[in-house]
Design a protein around this ligand. Structure first.
Ligand SMILES: Cc1cc2nc3c(=O)[nH]c(=O)nc-3n(C[C@H](O)[C@H](O)[C@H](O)COP(=O)(O)O)c2cc1C
Length: 327
């Protein structure tokens, strides 16, 4: 936790919140992280050396231990998966995904589909609570749709079953990512329980962080999309909450971070896969910069670290040239 007592969390994001990303965010003041979601049944049935799980469960050498997020619907399977993850001795806690809106997750009754079945949620939470002594958290939405907002009830069930922390994305499943996160509704969850609650949805900078905390009354913030290509958002928010001045990073620093991110990924996954995965991150890093559109087109053909480095050097070079005007 930061000195001002606010939890600044990197929200779990499939395909994004791996250990290099978590480490970069932690360097900037993020003090709570979660892995990408991991299928409980997949984890238990896949061969233990399957690369996909090795990668999903990898914890970096310099990062604070993350929570690991599980998704599933069967209490016994989730409990077995939680017990296995606990035995790995590398995670700070277990998070249960009750908020994912993706059809491939909800069609099996997982993720946010669980919010349509609170008795099932209770069985899951009790089973997982019984299977691990690690801190347990739940990530949820407001409910399935407008007519079935049940985040307050689920939060109370979770607290009664011994859950230690809640993250509430202020949208329903039907909303997906449309409209605005309803931080005021999240305040009802916060007021209904004694355990810490993180407000989630649409926090992207110091101002939105202050507003989300003030309106929700929560103990911290979970940031997802606002951290894409911008791990610096944690420092911006941390500084604002402590009343300290904040200088946004210069383009040189952004590029240095993007290159470091790329090198870490390459050391971990090999150049071929890492460069493919880094393409999206690199586009996020240089968003809003002069020449970003051309960069996006060219980076889709990059297949080596040297190409990434040269393209970023060119972007930096062009950014300092005067804008050409024609008569
Ligand atoms: C690319 C992407 C992947 C995500 N993957 C997960 C996930 O694995 N588990 C989860 O609970 N939420 C996942 N989410 C939801 C985020 O954790 C977060 O709740 C949502 O993006 C709203 O927060 P934001 O406005 O700060 O982005 C994902 C979101 C995005 C954009």
């Amino acid at each position: 936790m930061n000195s001002n007592g606010i939890i600044l969390s990197l929200a779990p994001m499939a395909g994004i919140s791996d250990w290099p990303m978590r480490t970069l965010c932690a360097e900037q003041g993020c003090n709570h992280t979660t892995t990408e979601m991991v299928s409980a049944i997949g984890l238990l049935t896949a061969p233990k050396d399957l690369n996909v799980y090795k990668f999903l469960l990898h914890v970096g050498p310099d990062e604070p231990a993350p929570f690991v997020q599980l998704f599933g619907r069967d209490p016994a399977i989730l409990a077995d998966a939680a017990s296995y993850l606990t035995s790995l001795n590398r995670f700070a806690g277990i998070d249960i995904n009750m908020g994912c809106p993706a059809p491939k997750v909800t069609s099996g009754g997982n993720g946010s589909a669980l919010m349509r079945d609170l008795p099932q949620c209770e069985k899951i939470i009790k089973a997982v609570r019984g299977a691990t002594s690690l801190p347990l958290s739940i990530k949820m939405r407001l409910g399935w749709d407008e007519s079935s907002r049940c985040a307050v009830e689920l939060a109370q069930i979770a607290q009664d079953c011994g859950v230690n922390l809640l993250t509430v994305h202020g949208r329903t499943r039907v909303q997906q990512y449309s409209g605005h996160a309803d931080w005021e509704y999240v305040s009802r969850v916060k007021r209904a329980v004694r355990i810490p609650v993180l407000v989630n949805g649409d926090v992207t900078d110091a101002q939105s962080a202050r507003d989300a905390l003030r309106i929700s009354g929560c103990d911290g913030i979970a940031i997802g999309r606002g951290a894409l290509g911008n791990p610096f958002v944690f420092k911006e928010i941390d500084s604002a909450l402590k009343g300290l001045p904040y200088e946004p990073p210069r383009l040189e620093e952004v590029i240095e971070t993007a290159l470091r991110h790329s090198r870490t990924m390459i050391e971990w996954k090999g150049e071929r896969s890492a460069v493919l995965e880094m393409r999206k991150h690199l586009c996020w890093y240089i968003r809003g910069q002069r020449g970003a559109a051309a960069f996006r087109t060219r980076i889709t053909h990059a297949s080596s670290y040297n190409e990434i480095r040269d393209l970023l050097a060119e972007l930096l070079d062009n950014s300092s040239k005067p804008i050409e005007t024609s008569l």
